[in-house]
Design a binder for this molecule. Structure first.
Ligand code: GLU
Length: 460
């Protein structure tokens, strides 16, 4: 796989997975899985296309559109669309690759895919966004379908964009079908889908905390550092507060907003205010100067929260984007007392950060034992509820909030237990060292996909 040095993010994701398989007993027990790893690392199909649209000045604008249909062994390709100027094939291949194993961990029948565009929604009008989405879907609609490939949102793609794209798909294909998830509630969307990734990260982390403390501790009283301020961060924050924890930071691509003192928390009302400005595609820096925010929070331009928080940190939930925790930041989090790290973002931690977290699994007396959960396990709740949305669309039914939330809780619990049990089966840590949730989750997701691919004759 290493003939792709020009795809740094994809190589990083590949190496992260491959190294955990290598360092376990998996290939000793099943050497034939090396072949499966080679096959699964090449996308089944990559679609790249031109998106031409008209801005409000009547000028022609051109962007690149993509869909990486990575693996369909377990079901239709499934994964979000990202609209962000950084989008390129390396980033979408890393996201699609992660998605294969994440979707496998949900226990639902979904393959892995990812797509998007280098279009930047920031600074665009609603009409420009609509015209872009229509043009993007005019091409993408030829390649997707409810039983073929079901995109959803990711960074820069919310329910509004999903709506514009769904409308265009329906017009061109003359078909009302569950071809996208994250739809509006009145036209086929699932309840709890907007909340699902954030809630899911918190449900997963609660299992880590409970397991680590022998059932004695929960989120109650914990100080929780969160990065990001989009959909994942917002709902993670609200759930942490509901469970009795304190949220001490949020951020966006321009800077971090952290509590000034060592006490207190963001309130649900403050999070609602942040959510409202994000709908308008504005930055949190605009809030930082308002008196109510300025008296309580410190805004640090160009910074991430991790090294800027006053006082103790118990839990960190990176929920912004890839590579948002460096090795030095991982060390700073541990020094601040952080024992639980779970990624709401995809590949939130750099390999250096993962290595530092993993090196601190030593639970021997006196050592600070760290539990680290990678995005493909901890943030699987979003795509899991997308899978539940697909099921509801196919059956033409709508489940209640309680029904969807309880299924989400069960999926996150299974995800944690599966990663833990698989780590115990394939990795033998030294006495007193915690099982690795990275290795366990990677091995559990990989073996499920590898077995299905073998049944299909994709490798032998
Ligand atoms: N973009 C989300 C993820 O990274 C959700 C994908 C989906 O719902 O299909 O998992």
């Amino acid at each position: 796989m290493s003939n792709l040095p020009f795809e740094p993010e994809f190589e990083q994701a590949y190496k992260e997975l491959a190294s955990t398989l290598e360092n376990s007993t998996l290939f000793q027990k099943k050497p034939e899985y090396r072949k499966a790893l080679q096959v699964v690392s090449v996308p089944e199909r990559v679609i790249q296309f031109r998106v031409v649209w008209e801005d409000d000045k009547g000028q022609v604008q051109i962007n690149r559109g993509y869909r990486v249909q990575f693996n369909s062994a377990l079901g239709p390709y499934k994964g979000g669309l990202r609209f962000h100027p950084s989008v390129n094939l390396s980033i979408l291949k890393f996201l699609g690759f992660e998605q294969i194993f994440k979707n496998a961990l949900t226990g639902l029948n979904m393959g892995g895919g990812k797509g998007g565009s280098d279009f930047d929604p920031k600074g665009k009008s609603d009409n420009e966004i609509r015209r872009f989405c229509v043009s993007f879907m005019s091409e993408l609609c030829k390649h997707i379908g409810a039983d073929t490939d079901v995109p959803a949102g990711d960074i820069g793609v919310t329910g509004r964009e999903v709506g514009f794209m769904f409308g265009q798909y329906k017009k061109i294909r003359n078909q009302w079908e569950g071809v996208l998830t994250g739809k509006g509630g009145s036209w086929g969307g699932s309840l709890i889908r907007p909340e699902a990734t954030g809630y899911g990260v918190v449900y997963y982390t609660e299992h880590m905390i409970k397991h680590a403390s022998g059932g004695k501790e929960s989120f109650a009283g914990k100080r929780v550092a969160i990065s990001g301020s989009g959909n994942v961060a917002q709902y993670a924050a609200l759930k942490v507060i509901e469970l009795g924890g304190s949220v001490v930071s949020l951020s966006d691509s321009q800077g971090a907003l952290v509590l000034k003192g060592e006490e207190g928390s963001f309130t649900p009302e403050e999070i609602d205010t942040i959510a409202a400005i994000k709908v308008e595609r504005k930055q949190i820096s605009e809030l930082a100067t308002q008196a109510a925010f300025a008296s309580k929070f410190k805004y640090i331009p160009g910074a991430r929260p991790w090294t800027n928080i006053a006082g103790r940190i118990d839990v960190a939930l990176p929920s912004a984007t890839q590579n948002e925790v460096s090795g030095d930041e991982a060390k700073a989090l541990i020094a601040a007392g952080c024992k639980f790290i779970a990624e709401g973002s995809n590949m939130g931690s750099t390999q250096e950060a993962i290595d530092i977290f993993e090196a601190h699994r030593d639970a021997n007396p006196g050592a600070a034992a760290i539990w680290y959960a990678p995005g493909k396990a901890a943030n699987a709740g979003g795509v899991a509820v997308s899978g539940l949305e697909m099921a509801q669309n196919s059956a033409r039914v709508n489940w209640t909030r309680e029904e969807v939330d309880s299924r989400l809780k069960n999926i996150m619990e299974d995800c944690f237990n599966n990663g833990l049990a698989t780590a115990k089966e394939y990795v033998t840590p030294a006495e007193g060292v915690l099982p690795s949730l990275v290795a366990g989750s990677n091995i559990a997701g990989f073996t499920k996909v590898a077995e299905a691919m073998k049944d299909h004759g994709d490798w032998w």
